[in-house]
Ligand binder design. Structure first.
Ligand code: SF4
Length: 357
C-alpha cells in the first residue's frame, strides 16, 4: 500500500519526518517543494537529502503520475481546458478561466481553476455531457489537488498564480465528500498551497446531507446550489436523481447553511431554451426566493449532445428582469470558452468520440 504525499496534511507531515528520524524543519522543506516546484516523483524533491527521499520511498510514500492528454485554449487566450490522465488511466477535465478587464494589461487579476471531483457523475442531469457518461469513480484528494497544481505550474511560468477555485467540473463534489474536504484543507493550508478559503466555491446539485455537514466544517468556502427549475415536476425531469429532495427542501437547506455560517448561498440556474426559460418559470422562481436574500446566477447553457440549446440573449435578459422585478438579486454568468467545449464533460466526450471513430 502506498500513500501519495499530496494527501498528507502539514500536521501529519511533521509527524512523518520525525518518524523518519529527520528534524521537523524538513516537513516545511518538503511541503515547499511539493507545492511550489511541481515534482513528478520523489527523486525530484531536490530540497531534501537523498537519504530522506529513500526513507520516504521505503515507508511507502509516492507522488502519483498524471499527464496532459489534450490542451485547448480559447481564441482570446483567457480559457484553457485540459484533459488529464491519472495512473489508473482514468481521464478528467479541468479548466482555467482568466479575467482580464484591461486589454493593455497582459496579466490577469483573477485566475480561476474549475476542478472535477469524480470521473463521470452519478447525478445524471439530462442536459450535461458528464451526466450522460454515467459514473466511473470518485477522485482522490491528491487527484483533485493535482488539477490545481497543474495550472499553478503553468501560471507560475507567466508570473501569475491561481486566485480562485470552483468545484464545478465533472462530478458532484458533495457525493465525494471526504476527499473533496481533504483537498480543500490541503489547498488552503498556509503551509501547503495557501489559497484563501473564501476564494473557493463548492457547487452542488443538491446533496442535502452534504450541505448540512459542510455547514458544520471549520472551513469558510462559498456554496452554490444548482436549482435549474422552480418546481419539483420540472426539476425531476432535468435532475432525475433529485429523488426525494424537493425544491422546498433545497431552499430550507440553504437557509440552514446561511444561519449556521453567515454565508449566503447562490442559486445557479442553467437556462435551457424552451425548457425552463419561460416568463412563468421566472415568476415562479421569483415567488419561491423572494425575501430570503437569495442570489441567483443565470447560466445560459452551452449546447450539449442532448439537443438542448441556449436561449436567445433577449430571453435571458427578460428572465433576469422578472426575477429583479420580483425582488430577487440576479446576475447572468459570462460564458467563457464555449468554442473549446468548456461545459463540463464536453472535451472528454469529444476526445472519446474522435478516438473511437
Ligand atoms: S451538471 Fe454537475 S451534477 Fe449534474 S450530471 Fe453534470 S456534473 Fe453531475
Amino acid at each position: 500500500m502506498t500513500t501519495d504525499l499530496y494527501r498528507v496534511l502539514p500536521e501529519e507531515m511533521d509527524e512523518l519526518v520525525i518518524r523518519l528520524g529527520q528534524p521537523r524543519y524538513r516537513a516545511d522543506q518538503l511541503l515547499h517543494a511539493l507545492y511550489q516546484a511541481s515534482p513528478k516523483n520523489i527523486s525530484e524533491l531536490h530540497q531534501i537529502p537523498s537519504e530522506m527521499q529513500n526513507a520516504l520511498v521505503a515507508a511507502g510514500y509516492t507522488i502519483g503520475s498524471k499527464s496532459e492528454v489534450q490542451r485547448v485554449t480559447s481564441e482570446d487566450g483567457d480559457t484553457t481546458k485540459l484533459l488529464i490522465k491519472f495512473d489508473d488511466e482514468t481521464q478528467i477535465e479541468t479548466v482555467l478561466m482568466q479575467y482580464n478587464p484591461s486589454q493593455n494589461n497582459k496579466t490577469h487579476p483573477r485566475s480561476t481553476v474549475c476542478v472535477s471531483t469524480q470521473v463521470g457523475c452519478p447525478m445524471g442531469c439530462v442536459f450535461c455531457a458528464t451526466g450522460q457518461m454515467g459514473f466511473e469513480k470518485n477522485l482522490k484528494a491528491e487527484e483533485i489537488v493535482a488539477q490545481v497544481l497543474h495550472f499553478a505550474h503553468l501560471l507560475r511560468q507567466r508570473g501569475e498564480h491561481v486566485t480562485n477555485l470552483v468545484f464545478m467540473g465533472m462530478g458532484e463534489p458533495l457525493a465525494n465528500y471526504s476527499e473533496t474536504i481533504l483537498a480543500i484543507r490541503l489547498l488552503t493550508h498556509p503551509r501547503a498551497f495557501g489559497l484563501g478559503q473564501r476564494n473557493i466555491t463548492i457547487s452542488t446539485v443538491g446533496v442535502i446531507a452534504g450541505i448540512d455537514k459542510l455547514a458544520d466544517e471549520d472551513i469558510q468556502v462559498k456554496l452554490a446550489i444548482s436549482l435549474h427549475a422552480p418546481n419539483d415536476l420540472l426539476r425531476k425531469k432535468l435532475v432525475p436523481t433529485a429523488g426525494p429532495h424537493s425544491v422546498e427542501d433545497l431552499i430550507l437547506a440553504a437557509k440552514r447553511y446561511f444561519k449556521k455560517t453567515g454565508r449566503r448561498v447562490t442559486f445557479e440556474y442553467a437556462l435551457i431554451d424552451g425548457i425552463n426559460d419561460s416568463n412563468k418559470a421566472a415568476a415562479e422562481l421569483a415567488q419561491l426566493l423572494k425575501g430570503n436574500g437569495a442570489h441567483v446566477n443565470l447560466i445560459p447553457m452551452n449546447p450539449t449532445a442532448g439537443g438542448f440549446s441556449r436561449p436567445a440573449r433577449k430571453r435571458v435578459l427578460a428572465f433576469q428582469q422578472i426575477l429583479r422585478d420580483g425582488g430577487v438579486n440576479c446576475t447572468v454568468r459570462v460564458e467563457k470558452g464555449s468554442e473549446i467545449s468548456a461545459a463540463c464533460g464536453q472535451l472528454r466526450t469529444d476526445v472519446i468520440k474522435n478516438t473511437t471513430r
